[in-house]
Design a protein around this ligand. Structure first.
Ligand code: C2E
Ligand code: MG
Ligand code: MG
Length: 713
């Protein structure tokens, strides 16, 4: 049948139906003439209700009326059922059942069948709920059946039953705990897996609060009550649970909610993620550790460096990156096998671990390559000291199984921030330094930066031997004349210290004075110089030469010593020198550092009859006001101004100003570092009093000085 034919058939059916309705209406009108109001209401209900209604005569058992919905529901027209008995209708699958029901109805006056299958005229089977009542209408006994199509409801119930069944099967076999809780958060149902995870049986858990298993929910529970009375969080969360025996279980929870019999329930699916957590930890550990030694690996080292370098920058500290490459490892591995090789690496790792400070970092970044970060160091020398120690430590034999093994280390060092601020670059540099060590015979260390290399190594050499200079008699004095500019006569001379180093030769103060200051050895040197200078001056006087004044430099540290005046006068007396022949030079910077001490010390020395000079004048920030209070006899213009005298107008101005200042304060003015005749001429023309410089003489050893100044005259 095509669509058009179907449509025509439907239209035909519709016409028929209208005819039937008109016919029934006519019949009804006739039969019900004079209906009461209540009957009219009933009729209205009868015709509009969505239950099918059949009216039977109790006596004849035949159908006397049926409502329109019945026709709609079953497809039979009134013409097809009026006058028939119920079971003649053809709709009942089980005629015996309906006969029994009918008999029961007549007997009891009321029946209610929850479910009777009916077949519609077009062959569909529907599920119907049957309610029957017997009642009297005048002298007639009538039977009314209400027939409700409950097919959809039955289907839904069936689906629900099936899904509950499925749910039950899933819940019972699930590996996850599945727990149903009510609106109060109390456990209603728990599947068997719950016992495996938490150690409680479902029966033990019944009516217990869920927070007994998930104490972590307590906190969030408060919020959830406000946010709509939820007892489980939305989405998937990780939360620790509590096992019956008290241990914590890492869990992952997801949650749903459902309604049953107008009550709300929550269902939590709780997964024990202990294994996953362990696996994650392992992966995390493996990502940041060397599996053989358990030391941090390269990745962790890099992270650590990022942290530490930021810290070092804030604290103005340095970091040394020591790249340690084992020298003979390959031979061991190849000849004795990997098992022995691994043991050696473990032993090396132990030695390295024991060698570093608690804040330093150690990592294994290659098969026989380790890296140490020395953190928090102030200078490259600290790295040298450590590297030396490490080389020594590694030289000791390793006893592995029955073998006595000898593994030395080559170490390359790069410095943060000098060599780079970047971890990768520093590692690369340190590695380059290792290669250099390897080329040159191994078993030692080397800085990437050659300048640092020489500087630190020499400096360390100096540092350790500087303390012995005095007892070994390695210090000596050179003397430089201070000359009257007008007459050219030598008025005095400055004693300048030299270190006669057994290997490095004669060292100038610029090469060791700052180290002596740092290691606190400068005052010892100053006292030695003072003693030696006074003794030499006295010796020359005793030899009959015309007495000259000797100028001695005092360091800023010495100048701050509380007992300075006593020390100096003690030494002068000891030498038997008249204090008039001693001149103490202090730099402008040292004098201005602590004015009160300066004034006290200068006055003390002055009272002893000692001469005083301000050295390197012009380089500090003198306050003229204080200068006036200092009992000094000489200003020594720093050589940097003298150097520029001929070429630089500013220098000329400054030099002239210093000369004028000195003279106005009745202080003599000496020009340091005079090297040329032009400089001398300028100074002469501008009334400078004295000069000191290579033009007249370099600082000379005692013998030569004697020749130049005394004996030669
Ligand atoms: P200073 O006290 O200003 O000494 C003068 C420096 O200038 C000396 O250097 C001297 O050699 C140098 N000089 C002299 N004339 C000329 C010249 O014409 N041209 C040039 N270019 N240089 C000239 P030196 O001996 O190397 O001493 C350097 C500094 O070391 C001294 O500067 C002084 O501050 C310090 N020093 C020397 N001896 C001692 C000492 O015994 N104790 C202390 N605390 N410091 C000392
Ligand atoms: Mg000086
Ligand atoms: Mg000077």
């Amino acid at each position: 049948m095509n669509d058009k034919e179907t449509l025509l058939k439907d239209i035909e059916k519709l016409h028929k139906r209208i005819d039937e309705l008109e016919e029934s209406e006519r019949k009804c009108k006739k039969a019900n003439a004079g209906l009461t109001y209540s009957e009219a209401c009933y009729r209205r209900f009868f015709e509009s209700t969505t239950d099918g209604i059949l009216i039977l005569d109790a006596e004849t058992e035949s159908i006397i009326d049926g409502n329109p919905y019945l026709t709609k529901m079953l497809g039979y027209t009134p013409g097809e059922f009026l006058g028939k008995k119920l079971w003649e209708l053809g709709a009942f699958k089980d005629i015996e059942e309906i006969k029994t029901a009918h008999a029961e109805l007549l007997r009891e006056g009321h029946i209610h069948y929850e479910h009777i299958p009916l077949e519609t005229k077009d062959g569909r089977v529907i599920s119907a709920e049957f309610v029957g009542n017997v009642y009297s209408a005048g002298d007639r006994k009538l039977v009314q059946f209400s027939i409700r199509d409950i097919t959809r409801r039955k289907e839904a119930e069936e689906a629900l039953r099936k899904s509950e069944e499925r749910y039950r099967i899933i819940a019972e076999n699930a590996r996850d705990a599945i727990i149903t809780i009510d609106e109060e958060g109390r456990i209603m149902l728990a599947n068997p897996a719950t016992e495996r995870i938490f150690g409680y049986t479902g029966a033990e858990l019944y009516d217990q609060p869920l927070t007994m298993l998930l104490p972590g929910l307590l906190e969030s529970e408060k919020k959830q009550v406000v946010n709509g009375n939820r007892h489980l969080p939305l989405g998937v969360i990780e939360i620790p649970g509590l096992h019956r025996d008290g241990h914590e279980i890492p869990l992952e929870i997801s949650c749903g909610e459902f309604m049953k019999e107008e009550k709300r329930f929550f269902i939590g699916i709780i997964r024990d993620i202990t294994q996953r957590k362990k696996a994650e930890e392992t992966i995390k550990y493996q990502a940041f550790h060397d599996l053989l030694t358990g030391l941090p690996n390269r990745a962790q080292l890099m992270l650590r460096f990022e942290l530490e370098s930021a810290q070092a920058e804030r604290n103005n500290k340095k970091i040394a990156v020591l790249y340690i490459d084992l020298d003979r490892f390959k031979v061991i591995n190849d000849s004795l096998g990997h098992a022995v090789g691994d043991k050696v690496l473990l032993a090396v790792a132990d030695r390295l671990r024991a060698s570093i400070g608690k804040n330093d970092a150690l990592a294994r970044i290659g098969s026989e390559e380790f890296v140490i970060l020395l953190l928090d160091i102030n200078r490259a020398e600290d790295a040298v000291l450590f590297a030396r120690k490490l080389v020594d430590i590694m030289r000791k034999t390793f006893r592995i199984d029955a073998h006595e093994l000898y593994v030395t280390a080559s170490i390359g060092i790069s410095m943060y921030p000098e060599d780079s601020m970047d971890a990768e670059v520093l590692l690369k540099n340190a590695h380059a330094a290792v290669s250099y060590v390897k080329e040159r015979g191994r078993d030692t260390y080397q800085f990437f930066n050659r300048a640092i290399n020489t500087r630190t190594i020499e400096r360390l050499l100096l540092e350790s031997s500087l303390r012995q200079t005095i007892e070994r008699g390695e210090l000596e004095l050179h003397f430089q004349p201070q000359v009257d500019i007008r007459t050219g006569a030598v008025l005095s001379y400055e004693a300048l210290v030299r270190w006669n180093h057994p290997e490095l030769g004669l060292l100038l103060p610029s090469e060791f004075i700052h180290i002596a200051e740092e290691i606190g050895f400068i005052t010892a040197i100053d006292e030695w110089v003072l003693r030696a200078a006074c003794a030499q001056n006295k010796a020359w006087q005793d030899a009959g030469y015309s007495p000259l004044c000797v100028a001695v430099n005092i360091s800023a540290q010495q100048f701050q010593e509380p007992a300075l005046v006593e020390t100096v006068t003690g030494i002068v007396h000891e030498a038997g020198l008249d204090p008039r022949f001693l001149d103490i030079e202090i730099t402008e910077g040292a004098a201005m550092r602590d004015i009160d001490t300066a004034i006290r010390h200068l006055r003390g020395l002055h009272q002893m009859g000692i001469n005083l000079s301000i050295d390197d004048f012009g380089t500090g920030y003198s306050s003229l006001n204080y200068l006036k209070q200092f009992p000094v006899q000489k200003l020594k213009i720093d050589q940097s101004f003298i150097r520029g005298l001929v070429t630089d107008a500013d220098d000329r101005t400054i030099v002239n100003a210093v000369i004028a200042l000195g003279h106005s304060l009745k202080i003599r003015v000496l020009a340091e570092g005079v090297e040329t005749d032009e400089q001398l001429t300028f100074l002469k023309e501008n009334a400078c009093d004295e000069m000191q410089g290579f033009l007249f003489s370099r600082p000379l050893p005692a013998e030569e000085f004697n020749q130049l100044v005394f004996s030669g005259r």
